[in-house]
Ligand binder design. Structure first.
Ligand SMILES: Nc1ncnc2c1ncn2[C@@H]1O[C@H](COP(=O)(O)OP(=O)(O)OP(=O)(O)O)[C@@H](O)[C@H]1O
Length: 632
C-alpha cells in the first residue's frame, strides 16, 4: 500500500493520526520515529516550541572533547571523507555523542539554510529532550540507521531538515554516538542511508583497530580458510576474556553488547587454552563451532599476537606505544621507551609533572604498550577521594565489614587491577596510614580486604604520578621514604608545555587532530601561542583550541582573537574577577576566594570548576584543602 501513496502524504497522514487523533500511525512511517514522538509527547514537549541551538558552556565543551577522545580519534578520517563525498550534494555532516551533543560538524558550502548552519556547530546540544525527534536520537535509541524527513521531526520548526543517521557502536557493543547527514532538499533515501551506514562502519572498524588485545582472532567461513576476514574479528585478553567483537561477529553471536565477564568459551565449543596451544606451532587455522552450531576456521591475525602465542609466556613481547599518543619531544619519547623497558622488568614507574602535562595520558600509553595491556587500567586519584573512603576504595571490604557493607563484600581497586595496571595519581597526597598499607601490598603482592583476615594474591603493574617533590615530602615526614624507593623504579619527568622542545609542532598537531584537519593557524597566531606561558599546560592548550575552533567562522584561519582572553591579550590580569582581587588579602586567601567563586559559578561541580580555572581536579582539591586547613 505504501508504494502507491507518495511519501509526503504518508508523513502528513501519520502526523494527523498521532497528533490530532491520538492514535499510533501504524505502517505509515518508521517505528523509530513513532517511538520518538511518544517519548517527546510523554515529556510534554510542545510541537510549536521555538528551537534554540545552544552550545554547551566553554568548560562543558572541553569536558565533552575529553570524554569522547577515542570516538573523535576513530571518526576523524571517515568523517572527513564523508564530508568531501557529500559536500557537493548539499549535505552537512555531523558527529554526535550518545546524548546528541555535536562533537564535530562539517557544514556544506552549498547550504544557505541558517537553521541548519546554526545547528551544525560543535558543542550544540541536539538531544531529543532539547530539539525533539531527530535522525541522530532515533539512530542512538534504536541502534540502527534511521531517516527523518521534514514533518517527521516532532517540532514544526525542524521541518526544514531532511536527515539520515547511523549509530556508532564500540567493540563492546556500547553506542558511542551517531553520524548524521542533513540537507534542506529532500533526501535520496537509499544513498543517504548507505552513506551514513558505510561511514559508521568505518568508524567501528577504526575502534576495533584501536584495541591492543593479547590475541586478535579472525573467523573464516570454510574449514581451513586461510584468508583473513577483516569483518569477523574477536579481540581476546590473556585469560581468554572478550575485549571486543566486530559488528558482524556480534550479529552472528546474537549479542548486542558484551562485558569483560564474557570469555572465549562462552562463544565457542573450544577451550581458550586449546585455541592458544593449537595456534602454537601450527600453520593451519583451528576449527571451532559457535554454540549456535555455526562452524568457523579461526586464525590469529595480528602479528604481535601471533608472536605472543608462539613465544613462551616467560618471554613476553615488547609492544609499541599507541600511535595516537604524541610524544614528539624526543626527551619525552626516550623516557617513555625507558619506562616501558623498566615495566617489562617488573619495575614501577613514577611520573612527575605539573598539572595538565599529560601524566595520565603517559600512564595509559605505558599500560597499552605493556605486557599487561589486556588487563584493566585502574586509575585512582589519591587527592580526590576523602581520607575516610580511600581505604575501602583501594582495598575493598569483606561482607559485614561495616554497617551497610555489600553482601559478599566488594573488591577494591587493587583487586580490579589484578592482571593489569594500577595508576595511583597524586600519590603525594596519600594519607600516611594508607601509605603503610600500600607498602605492605607492594612487598607481599597480596591484598587483604577491610574486615577480612584472608589475603589474596594480586599481580599488577604500578604507575604513580604526582606534581609534588616527594623527596622533600619524605624529608618533612609527609611521605614514607621506604614507599618512595618502592615506587620510583623508573622516573619520568614531563616538562611544562611551554618548555617542550617540539612546542610548535605539538600545537600545530593538536590543532589538526582537534579540528579534524579543517583549520589552520595563522603565523601571527602560532607565534602568539608559542610565546604564551601555558600555566594549565596541555589541558589548557586543548581547551584554548576548542574555544577558538568554536568561535571562528567555518573555513576561517584561526587568529589570536579567537582564543580565550588571557591568551589573546596576555597582559590582562588573569586571576579571578576584579571583585576578588579588589578584596585585598594574601595570595593564599585570594586563591581560596577564586576557587570558591569558580565552585559557586559551576554549582559545586569540582571538575567543571577545575576546568574553568585551567587546573586539574586533583590540584583544585589540594589547593582547596590547603586553603581550608590554613584558615581564611
Ligand atoms: N601528549 C598528549 N597528546 C594529546 N593530548 C594530551 C597529551 N598530553 C596530555 N593531553 C591532554 O591534556 C589533558 C590533560 O592530560 P592529563 O590528564 O594526562 O594530565 P595530568 O598531568 O594527569 O593532569 P592532572 O595533574 O591535572 O591530573 C587531557 O585532555 C589529555 O588528553
Amino acid at each position: 500500500m505504501n508504494a502507491i501513496i507518495p511519501a509526503d502524504h504518508r508523513r502528513a497522514k501519520a502526523r494527523e493520526t498521532f497528533f490530532e487523533h491520538g492514535q499510533i500511525p501504524t505502517g505509515l512511517i518508521d517505528d523509530a520515529i513513532v517511538n520518538s514522538w511518544q517519548r517527546c509527547s510523554a515529556a510534554s514537549k510542545n510541537v510549536s516550541e521555538r528551537v534554540q541551538f545552544d552550545t554547551v558552556s566553554r568548560s562543558g565543551l572541553l569536558e565533552l572533547m575529553d570524554s569522547n577522545q577515542i570516538l573523535l580519534e576513530a571518526a576523524t578520517q571517515p568523517l572527513e571523507q564523508l564530508g568531501q563525498t557529500v559536500n557537493g550534494a548539499g549535505y552537512s555532516v555531523l558527529l554526535t555523542d550518545d546524548k546528541g551533543v555535536a562533537l564535530a560538524a562539517r557544514r556544506s558550502g552549498r547550504c544557505a539554510n541558517t537553521l541548519i548552519n546554526g545547528a551544525f556547530r560543535q558543542g550544540v546540544n541536539l538531544s531529543e529532550a532539547t530539539i525533539g525527534t531527530s535522525a541522530m536520537s532515533c539512530a542512538v535509541s534504536e541502534r540502527r540507521p534511521v531517516l527523518v524527513s521534514g514533518v517527521e521531526h516532532y517540532l514544526h520548526a525542524n521541518r526544514v531538515f531532511n536527515c539520515a543517521a547511523s549509530p556508532i557502536v564500540d567493540p563492546m557493543g556500547r553506542v558511542l554516538g551517531a553520524i548524521d547527514i542533513t540537507r534542506g532538499n529532500p533526501l535520496e533515501p537509499g544513498s543517504a542511508l548507505s552513506l551514513v551506514q558505510q561511514c559508521s562502519a568505518r568508524v567501528e572498524r577504526q575502534l576495533m583497530g584501536m584495541l591492543s588485545p593479547w590475541l586478535m582472532v579472525s573467523l573464516g567461513w570454510e574449514q581451513n580458510d586461510l584468508r583473513a576476514s577483516g569483518d569477523l574479528l574477536v579481540a581476546l585478553g590473556q585469560e581468554g576474556q572478550v575485549l571486543g567483537l566486530s559488528p558482524r561477529v556480534r550479529e552472528l553471536t546474537g549479542l548486542a553488547s558484551t562485558d569483560e565477564r564474557l570469555c572465549f568459551q562462552d562463544l565457542f565449543d573450544l577451550r581458550f587454552d586449546e585455541l592458544v596451544d593449537g595456534f602454537r606451532g601450527r600453520k593451519q587455522p583451528m576449527t571451532a563451532r559457535m554454540h549456535s552450531g555455526l562452524s568457523f576456521s579461526l586464525r590469529p591475525v595480528n602479528t604481535d599476537a601471533r608472536k605472543t602465542v608462539r613465544r613462551s609466556s616467560a618471554n613476553p613481547p615488547a609492544k609499541r606505544l599507541p600511535d595516537s599518543t604524541d610524544f614528539g619531544d624526543p626527551a619525552i619519547s626516550r623516557q617513555a621507551t625507558l619506562a616501558g623497558r623498566a615495566m617489562e622488568k617488573g619495575l614501577p614507574v613514577l611520573i612527575l609533572g605539573e598539572t595538565g602535562t599529560g601524566k595520565e595520558v603517559m600512564a595509559k600509553s605505558l599500560h597499552s604498550g605493556s605486557m599487561s595491556s589486556s588487563g584493566t587500567f585502574v586509575a585512582i586519584n589519591c587527592a580526590a577521594i576523602p581520607e575516610s573512603l580511600i581505604e575501602g576504595e583501594l582495598f575493598g571490604h569483606a561482607e559485614g565489614a561495616y554497617t551497610g557493607a555489600r553482601r559478599g563484600g566488594a573488591p577494591g581497586k587493587i583487586e580490579h587491577a589484578d592482571g593489569g595496571t594500577l595508576f595511583l595519581d597524586e600519590i603525594g597526597d596519600m594519607p600516611l596510614g594508607l601509605q603503610s598499607r600500600l607498602l605492605r601490598v607492594l612487598e607481599t603482592r597480596e591484598v587483604t580486604r577491610l574486615g577480612s583476615a584472608t589475603p589474596k594474591p594480586v599481580r599488577f603493574q604500578l604507575i604513580c604520578a604526582t606534581h609534588r617533590n616527594l623527596s622533600e615530602a619524605a624529608q618533612n615526614g609527609d611521605f614514607r621514604e621506604d614507599l618512595l624507593y618502592r615506587i620510583k623504579g623508573m622516573t619520568v619527568r614531563l616538562p611544562r608545555l611551554a618548555e617542550r622542545s617540539d612546542l610548535k609542532n605539538f600545537i600545530v598537531d593538536r590543532c589538526r587532530v582537534l579540528t579534524q584537519g579543517s583549520r589552520e593557524l595563522s603565523q601571527d597566531c602560532l607565534d602568539g601561542l608559542i610565546r604564551y606561558d601555558w600555566p594549565g599546560n596541555v589541558r589548557e592548550l586543548i581547551y584554548a583550541l576548542t574555544h577558538a575552533d568554536a568561535l571562528a567562522e567555518p573555513d576561517e584561519v584561526l587568529e589570536l582573537c579567537h582564543f580565550p582572553e588571557e591568551i589573546a591579550a596576555p597582559t590582562t590580569v588573569a586571576v579571578g574577577s576584579n571583585r576578588t582581587v579588589n578584596r585585598g588579602g594574601t595570595l593564599k586567601s585570594l586563591e581560596r576566594a577564586v576557587i570558591d567563586e569558580a565552585l559557586a559559578i559551576e554549582g559545586g561541580n569540582v571538575s567543571r570548576a577545575a576546568k574553568r580555572l585551567g587546573i586539574g581536579r586533583a590540584t583544585l582539591y589540594r589547593r582547596f584543602k590547603a586553603g581550608s586547613e590554613n584558615g581564611p
